[in-house]
Design a protein around this ligand. Sequence first.
Ligand code: MN
Length: 261
Amino acid sequence: MPKPPLADYRAKRDFTKTPEPAGVTKRSTPPGRRFFCVQKHLASHLHYDFRLEHDGVLLSWAVPKGPSLDPAEKRLAMHVEDHPLDYGDFEGVIPEGYGAGIVMLWDRGTWEPEVEDVRAALERGDLKMRLDGFKLKGSWVLVRTRQVEGRSWLLIKHRDEWSSGELDILEFAPLSVKAGGDFADILAQDQPDIWTSNRPARSGEAGQMFQTIIGRALAIKAEREERGRRKARGGGRTTPAAAGQKKTARSTQKRVPPKAR
Ligand code: MN
C-alpha cells in the first residue's frame, strides 16, 4: 500500500518540539503557477534545500554545496522526503531533533517544467525546468545518477542568459528573501542562547559557523534590549531632577498626619 502523502516528513518530526509546519493547512499557490524555494539550512552541515511544488507537496533535494550558475558545475542533490506546501514560507530555528539548526528562506519564486509529464520525468530521472526566483532563473536540470540507492541526483544550470561561469550566487546573494537577514539575525529573533549546552554541530566548518553566529546573535539581541531600555527611560519625559522632586513631594505628603488636616 502506498504511504499517505507526507508520512515520511511527519514521522521524522515531533511537532510539539519543532516550529516547522505540520502541513495541515494548504498554502494557496495562484492557479497555474508552481511554487519553488531554496532554504539555506545550517544543521550538522550547511546545505541548501531545493524544493519544487508538485501534486500538492514540495519535492525536495538537499544540495550540500548549493546551486551554481555555472553549467560546468554539477551539484550533488540528495532526494529527501516530500515537504508540505506551507514549508515554503518557513524560516526560523529548529531547536532540537531532526534538522536541528537554523533555516533561512534563501530564494523563492515559481517554476515551470520543460517536459510534458513531471511524474514520468522524475521516474526517468531527468527533470528539465525553468526557474523564476529572485536569485535563480532560467533553465536547469535535475538528473539522477546511476547509484544503487537511487537518492543522488545532480542539479545543473543550463547555458542561457542567466548562467554565469564567474558569479558565485551563494556569495553574491547570501541573505534571506523573507526578512533580509542572515543566520545570526534569524537566531537573534529567537533565543540566541538556546544551544549553550548542545549545539547542532560542535566541530568542523558547521561547528565554527554556529560559534560565530551564536556570538553575533547574542550581540544583536543585547543591542536591541539596550535600545529598548534607553527608549523606555527617555520615553517618560521625566528628567532625573523631576523624578527626584516627585519623590520628595510624595514623601512629604506621607509625613503629614491625617489629624493635622
Ligand atoms: Mn535541510
